[in-house]
Design a protein around this ligand. Sequence first.
Ligand SMILES: NC(=O)c1ccc[n+]([C@@H]2O[C@H](COP(=O)([O-])OP(=O)(O)OC[C@H]3O[C@@H](n4cnc5c(N)ncnc54)[C@H](OP(=O)(O)O)[C@@H]3O)[C@@H](O)[C@H]2O)c1
Length: 306
Amino acid sequence: MASKTVYSNFNPIRLLAQSNPPTQEHKATARSHAHKRLSTRYGPWAVVTGASSGIGREIALQLAKAGLNLVLVARSQQVLEEMAADFATRFSIETQVLAIDLAQETAIGRVEAETDDLDVGLLVAAAGFGTSGPFLNTSLDQELDMLNVNCRALVGHCLYFGQRFAKRGRGGIVLMSSIVGFQGLPNAAHYAATKAYVHTLAEALNVELAPQGVDVLASAPGPTNSGFADRADMRMGATLKPTDVAQGTLDALGRRAVVLPGLLSKFLTYALIPLPRSARVRIMGRIMHGMTKHQHTEQQLHLNKQ
Ligand SMILES: NC(=O)c1ccc[n+]([C@@H]2O[C@H](COP(=O)([O-])OP(=O)(O)OC[C@H]3O[C@@H](n4cnc5c(N)ncnc54)[C@H](OP(=O)(O)O)[C@@H]3O)[C@@H](O)[C@H]2O)c1
């Protein structure tokens, strides 16, 4: 009896259809479900730092498509104002611009003051930058600025919005970590250290804030084609698209603690996992040496001229 039921359900055409890649219609339906999930769980307002470029900009775009109102934070006021006007028109959402240097000590207080009267349900802390090259050649001012943006401002925002979200019993926090934070990274030693800080903080908060209805995610991408490499004076080879990083990140929010968005992030991480940590440090250091080779050459040319 049982085997007859199985046989009568066997439909090779349906099975073939199921194994076909999703159609445009399926993709659109899946996106619309994803947007609904974002707006009901994390709306009505989201604060996105680093919204003027790269990953933060793409995350802001996806949230606008999902119908969340946005506070866009970064230094580039004109870029943010153009984005805010464009999103408000295209997606019928409310937008606010907060042009601010997050390296300044007063920045955390300003973000708090400007968002105090909004019903914020999501913080995306994507503002960040890197430094690269030999550690002994760097300037302390630049490294402390990076520490302030990547870690100090970020922990301030986590505490402030974490408390607000816990009080309302619902919310989400996305922290941009990186695959470079999984071990030491010669030639970008301090940048990798800031990302290890962000990653560890996110992992712990994911567990600690879950009972209060707050979802915390560490998103750890590999090299991504954004404004990052130019500012860090690095030359990247294969890269991810910011749009893929943004989508992978938002899809993972509320479902896990850590995401490696995109195939390249997964490949670069899983290929090294079986190795001892000390070997990973040396391999990643060699990769970073390749990305900063021009700095060593320029330095040599400079020395030769003297
Ligand atoms: N690209 C990668 O390969 C990669 C890989 C892993 C992780 N990440 C992380 O992903 C995040 C986003 O980087 P991205 O790739 O999108 O780089 P990006 O295109 O350079 O964007 C960085 C964003 O941070 C903002 N920002 C930088 N310094 C700031 C400051 N002092 N005050 C306020 N905002 C500031 C920038 O805005 P303004 O310049 O307008 O201030 C910009 O919006 C960073 O945390 C980065 O560490 C990047």
